[in-house]
Design a protein around this ligand. Sequence first.
Ligand code: GRG
Length: 304
Amino acid sequence: MEIKERINEKVREIEAVIAEYLPDEAGYQRTVTEAMNYSIQAGGKRLRPMLMQETYRMLGGSERIVEPFMAAIEMIHTYSLVHDDLPAMDNDEYRRGRKTTHAVYGEAMAILAGDGLLNYAFETAIRAFELCTAGEDGGASGYRTAAAALKVLAEKAGIFGMIGGQTADILAESRGELAEEELLFIHEHKTAALIQASMMVGAILAGAPSETVQRIEKCAYDVGIAFQIQDDILDVTGDETVLGKPVGSDAKNSKQTYVTMHGLERSAEDVQRLSEEALRILDELGGDNEFLKGLVTQLIHREK
Ligand code: GRG
């Protein structure tokens, strides 16, 4: 089967896993849970849970313990998009081909839906411990790896990870200038940190030794930076109907990006270089890495 078809098949499998962990829409909190489910079910590439599951598999994992973490990372990612789209941040009306959460549910409910998704992500990831209690997934060693995975998930999403990156981004935007070093800080934290969390959680849950987890962290850094540069490229060269969101938003907001700093040609070369470096690390780690390598290669050539 072609890699694109295999990716689509995996997206369907991942969506079934996520659906198992979504909150019920009932009671006085019904509107917030509807808004949470609206945002997460809007589609999207499901890249982060896919990277997590495939890193887990590549390093020998074969249990269900990874599933609550897969749902959790997509909840964290979705909350970040819901909040990023708010009037106080990017004020975007379309995302993933449909109206943004605040455009449908209003600003207050979108703030709560984002908060709800972030908190529910941890409520969900913590359910991995129930699997250990039930005697699946390695008992005591399952507890240890789940606790270590939670630590990485929390750190990479927080002030030393994604929130830190978004903070630097917002401050730079209001200043209207940006040094190259700062741009890299923003990309590393705002974008690469969640990709690192995805792959590192997969590795940790598979019981990989710390040197391997560190190599995965570097690999995911390369993937994350390449992914962000490609995102900047698509904002210039992409097709609105394929992307599901407006193009040219960086130029409209006079936003400095990798592309405005280095031009399209150098940006494309850097995406290629970083991706090759990531593939080299995957080769070095061995295991059944064929799908993961296909996925990384596909990301370079993606159109959305
Ligand atoms: C609000 C704390 C906070 C953080 C926001 C993720 C983010 C940080 C902002 C969204 C805007 C942006 C361009 C982020 C960079 C990462 C990125 C390219 C996100 C989009 O991820 P995709 O392409 O989205 O995987 P889908 O919709 O496919 O899941």
